[in-house]
Design a protein. Structure first.
Length: 103
């Protein structure tokens, strides 16, 4: 699902840390915008700071679009953050539906 422009994630991969816009997100993964290349298979730690609360997750880089971003497969969401993650997905789904209707 495409996300609102204000959805960002703090992430760390192979000793490098960054803050990136989330372009789209779903139950199994997300695409983040970054010009910084990373290798496919790299383990990544994610932290969303959103209105639903802090959400911490782990992911692995599935694909790289050079100069555009990274496709990440979510491998784990902390137990205490699962409820907030579900709420975040519901909010994005509702926003995405309204966005599609306005096109």
């Amino acid at each position: 699902m495409e996300t609102p422009r204000g959805l960002w994630v703090y992430w760390a991969c192979e000793g490098q840390k960054d803050f990136s816009r989330v372009q789209d997100i779903g139950v199994g993964g997300l695409f983040i915008e970054t010009p910084k290349p990373r290798r496919v298979g790299g383990a990544t730690k994610l932290q969303f700071i959103v209105e639903e609360g802090k959400i911490r997750a782990e992911a692995v880089i599935q694909h790289v679009k050079p100069g555009r971003g990274l496709g990440l497969k979510i491998t784990a969401v902390r137990d205490e953050d699962r409820r907030q993650f579900g709420k975040l997905l519901a909010r994005v789904r509702a926003w995405s539906g309204k966005f599609e209707e306005s096109r």
